[in-house]
Write a protein that binds this ligand. Sequence first.
Ligand SMILES: Nc1ncnc2c1ncn2[C@@H]1O[C@H](COP(=O)(O)OP(=O)(O)OP(=O)(O)O)[C@@H](O)[C@H]1O
Ligand SMILES: [Mg+2]
Length: 454
Amino acid sequence: MNPYKILIIDDDIAVCSSLQLLLRKHNFTTLTIQHPSLIQEKIATFAPDLILLDMNFTIDTSGKQGLKALSNILSLRPDQLIILMTGWATVQLAVEGMKLGAKDFIAKPWDNQSLVASIKDILTLFLPQENSNEAVASESNIIGQSTTITDLLEIATKVAITDANVLITGESGTGKELLAEYIHTNSKRHHHPFIKVNLGGISESLFESEMFGHRKGAFTDAFSDRIGRFEKADKGTIFLDEIAELNPSSQVKLLRVLQEKTYEVLGSSDVSRSDFRTISATNQDIPSLIHLGQFREDLFYRINLIHLHIPSLRERKEDIPLLIHTFIRKIASAYGFDTPTISDKAIHWLTQQNYPGNIRQLKNIVERTLLLNIGKEILDIQDFEKNFNVQSPSQSMILLPEVGKISLIDLEIEMIKKALLHNDHSISKTAISLGITRSSLYRRLEKYQIAHES
Ligand SMILES: Nc1ncnc2c1ncn2[C@@H]1O[C@H](COP(=O)(O)OP(=O)(O)OP(=O)(O)O)[C@@H](O)[C@H]1O
Ligand SMILES: [Mg+2]
């Protein structure tokens, strides 16, 4: 038996009764009211666990009535869980509502399945669960003993079992992708695909074909059908990496799919539906991008029901020794040699260093040091020191081709290809080794049409 009570506030009787029917089918106890003036009294007597609040009362189409109702409710009961309902045209209103403290918003006409999923997720996430079976996490690849990391993993485990959209932030190399994989692995979707998309690498013109797919002949270069990422992610999780890099026109298209879970394959007039869960990641501060007008606020609220921030390595230096020991053990066993010992001084020294590239950088240093010292029993400060700031070669050391033999552009292309090969086609590593950001690497790959795996 479902113990939860839901109050439906909408001035359209038809909407009220169809919502009531739907929620009763899912064993919720429901009550409907059609006029905001009754809110106070009904909340007091019914004590709902969650409120579905329509933002567009017909008495005043500006939506002010809805916002007023919302702030009234929250002033009476600051912890009240509220989901807003609003027309697509007035998503901005929902954004205002989220700022005031609503937990989620649903665009009308709503999709029954998503609405019920959202209600259940919000109840699981924000209400203390009676005799809740503490979520049991699968073994994690995320190493860390600092309270920041253990707390983060605890929340991530709890969030994983829901379908809530998660935004993961943190500097480059802090483990955002690792955490996204962890959430997927611990979710009920783990038997289905985890589809990773680097949004920084998708140009405006390719967005729809990449994400929604296309039919043969949909445009000049569409020689065959292509399955889009959302279709691939059906029943699974889609990981939207570098979401802050997405251009404005694609942002609005993305918002629409996230909202409606439907899209049109290019060259087809059918509406396709995909059941996916969204995890996004960025190393940028989205609120300041919103401020600069570079990121849509409504999209931000859509992706960010749960926000997980991974602190930089310098904020949790106490994790460094454990990370080093674990990396050494793993690398030695992967390459099949004995695990060397690291002197205490070396550990201490390594803990004192700065890692702008965070865990990725630490891992690279440990790996490089180990591989250059196979057979050595004890690794000391100087062994690591040598691999710490692998200097970029001084200009005089670079052997350049003779003047006139190669153009600057060709030289750039060759260097990019060389770096890709050297880094096993890892975009992040290639970008780091070339001293450019990943998005500018992607721009060049696209500009020069260099083949790459994204
Ligand atoms: N807590 C951790 N324990 C073990 N390994 C970690 C941890 N965090 C990150 N790593 C490792 O560090 C590397 C970088 O992690 P990941 O790719 O997840 O970072 P990211 O935050 O997505 O970086 P970027 O912003 O550059 O994409 C990976 O090899 C990952 O396995
Ligand atoms: Mg990443």
